[in-house]
Every structure is written in C-alpha cells, then in structure tokens.
Write a protein that binds this ligand. Structure first.
Ligand code: IPM
Ligand code: MN
Length: 352
C-alpha cells in the first residue's frame, strides 16, 4: 500500500518541523510495511513569495488528490500587509477540504507535570480533547469595513452544528464518555441554537454520554482550575481557537500539541497547533513533538493505527528519558529530536 501525502511546510519554523514529521512518517512506514509518497508544495507566505497568493489552484488540487495533507505552519510579520495574508490560504484550504471537525488533544505526560506554568498537582492526570468546529462561524461570515465601522457576522446552521457534534459525541464514546459543550448561550443566538441542537442529540442519540454545557468564560476558568475534570470539549470555531491555545499550556509547551482536521471524506489536514514562530525560525530550536503528534494523527486517519501507536510510544519514551528541546528545558535541537525519535522507533521494532 502506498499513501500519497501532500506536504505543505509553510513558513517560519514550518519547514524545520515538517522535515522531522516527514522523516518520522517515512521510517514508521518502512517499519510497519506500507509506503508513502510525499508531494511538497509551497503554501502560505512561501506561496505568496513565489506565486503571489497563499494557496494556488495547483496546490489545492494536489491536496485534494492525496490521502492526507500535512501542514507545518503559516504566517509571519513579513506578510502582515500583503494584499492576501498567509492565514487566508489556511482558511481557504480548510474550507475547500471540508474539514469541519478539528481535534486538538492535550494530555500531560507525568514526566512533564512540572513543565506546566500551573502547579503539578493541578495539571496531573489531564487528558482532554477539544473538538473545534473549523469551517463556519465568525471565521467565515460576511465582513464589512469602512473607515469608522467594521463587522464580522457569525452564523451557524443546525446541520453544521450536528455534524461536528456527532464527531465529538463519537470521540467521547471512544474515551471516558463525557462531553462538555461550550457556548455563550446567555448572550449569543448562535450559541442558543448550538445548545438546543447538542442537547437534542444527547437525549436522542447519545444517552450513554454524560453531557454538560458550559459558558465559554467559565470553561476558560475551569481549564486552569481543574483541567483533569474534562474529557471532550465541543466548541464553535472561535471559542475553540482561543481555548485550545489556553489548553496547550497545560502540558507545558504549545510545541507539544498536534491537531487533526477531518471532514466526511479523505484527505484530512494535519498540523501542529502552534504558529510559525518567526523569532526562532531557521535556528533549529523548534519543538517538533507537536508536528510528530500530528503525524501520528495522520497515520490514524490512514488506517495505520499501529504505526501511530509506535510513534506515540517512542515520544513517551523520550519524555521519560528527559530528551527535550529547549522550550522544555532540554538540550536537543529540532533535528536531533527527530533523529533520536527515529532511533527509538528502530530500536522498538528490533525489540518487538
Ligand atoms: C489555528 C490558527 C489559525 C486559526 C490561524 C493561523 C488562521 O490560530 O489553527 O488555531 O485561527 O484557526
Ligand atoms: Mn489558533
């Protein structure tokens, strides 16, 4: 079996961490008995520099033709005043691929409990998953701007809420059976519809799932007060963007988190949740574990769950050995982290 993966390294530290993710996928593939073919394309700022736009039709077609898309990161101050921003390419890609459900897991490895800015006793045992709606809401609403007035419209349909909620309920079933739906139903009409639809689905289709509803401001607080009390959180697009950056601090570094964006069909889009970190770009300092976790999620989407488990096992072993990049107090460079991980994968394969 040969899978086709479109690789969009992007900007800033994107190429550095994407290189590591690619090597990890290639090595696990050969150890697991399948093969992968990567097709690399410029995306985001890199594509603006080359083609004048962040996502060309050719790149989109390449993404749509493959089995999965891996993205490094996009954006940077260089393009802040560009006519079309790198981020616009990412939003267009998400929409064109129809990846409406964005899965952002955050768990605290015991060896990392003292790396979090929160007390170890607070973060211990945290293992949560944010399911963020990704192709609707205020991100994609009508925008207006005059010199003195601006507006961004937030709209959600029942169908948009149902399909992402279904993903969240199903994930809860695979995990600890608890779902917290986040909204601002005390103020927003979209949130009132959100709460109604999710409640109906809970009663009708998922009576086995323990469902509760929480206002987004309270959720932001409880994420810091008692993060281990959450299992799956379901959010609309903007709330999930904000809460997932907050949640990324629980394990100690935003560099650790990966994400999967999924629709009804292949390909999914896989990326670390961090940005392009232009301040450390090109210095081989970036933490590639988030990209590696995204690679593991990509392998799961291909139906290669065993390969994903091997990758995560090797990551855990590195955490236990304290083999980290500088953001976690370690001494490894980004590329050294990749080399160590591949060595561990190979050792595991020999031992197995
Ligand atoms: C993310 C990012 C993007 C978002 C930006 C780069 C458009 O912050 O993936 O969380 O807001 O969705
Ligand atoms: Mn974000």
């Amino acid at each position: 079996m040969t899978y086709r993966i479109t690789l969009l390294p992007g900007d800033g530290i994107g190429p550095e961490i994407a290189r590591v993710a690619r090597a990890v996928i290639e090595h696990t593939a050969s150890l697991s008995g399948f093969s992968v073919r990567f097709e690399e394309r410029a995306f985001g700022g890199a594509s603006i520099d080359r083609y004048g736009e962040p996502l060309t039709d050719e790149t989109l077609a390449a993404c749509q033709a493959g089995d999965a898309v891996f993205l490094g990161a996009v954006g940077g101050p260089k393009w802040d005043n560009a006519p079309s921003r790198p981020e616009a390419g990412l939003l267009a890609l998400r929409q064109a691929l129809g990846v409406y459900a964005n899965l952002r897991p955050a768990s605290v490895h015991p060896a990392l409990a003292d790396k979090s800015p929160l007390r170890p006793d607070i973060v211990a045992g945290t293992d949560l998953l944010i399911v963020r709606e990704l192709t609707g809401g205020i991100y994609f609403g009508e925008r207006e701007r005059t010199a003195d007035k601006a507006s961004d419209k937030c709209t959600y349909s029942r169908a948009e809420i149902e399909r992402v909620a279904r993903v969240a309920f199903e994930q809860a079933r695979l995990r600890r059976g608890k779902l917290t739906s986040v909204d601002k139903a005390n103020v927003l009409e979209t949130s009132r519809l959100w709460r109604t639809v999710v409640s109906e689905m809970g009663t009708r289709d998922y009576p086995d799932i323990e469902l509760d509803h929480m206002y987004v401001d309270a959720a932001a607080m409880h994420l810091l007060r008692a993060p281990a009390s959450f299992d799956v959180l379901l959010t609309e697009n903007m709330f999930g963007d904000i809460l997932s950056d907050e949640a990324s601090m629980l394990p100690g570094s935003i560099g650790l988190l990966g994400s999967a964006s999924l629709g009804d069909a292949k390909p999914g889009l896989f990326e670390p949740i961090h940005g392009s970190a232009p301040d450390i770009a090109g210095q081989d300092k970036a933490n590639p574990f988030g990209a590696i976790e995204a690679a593991a999620q990509l392998l799961v989407s291909l139906g290669e769950a065993g390969a994903a488990t091997r990758v995560r096992g090797a990551v855990d072993a590195m955490h236990e050995a304290g083999e980290w990049t500088g953001d976690l107090g370690g001494t490894l460079t980004c590329s050294q982290t990749g080399v160590k991980l591949v060595e561990r994968l190979e050792r595991q394969a020999v031992a197995a």
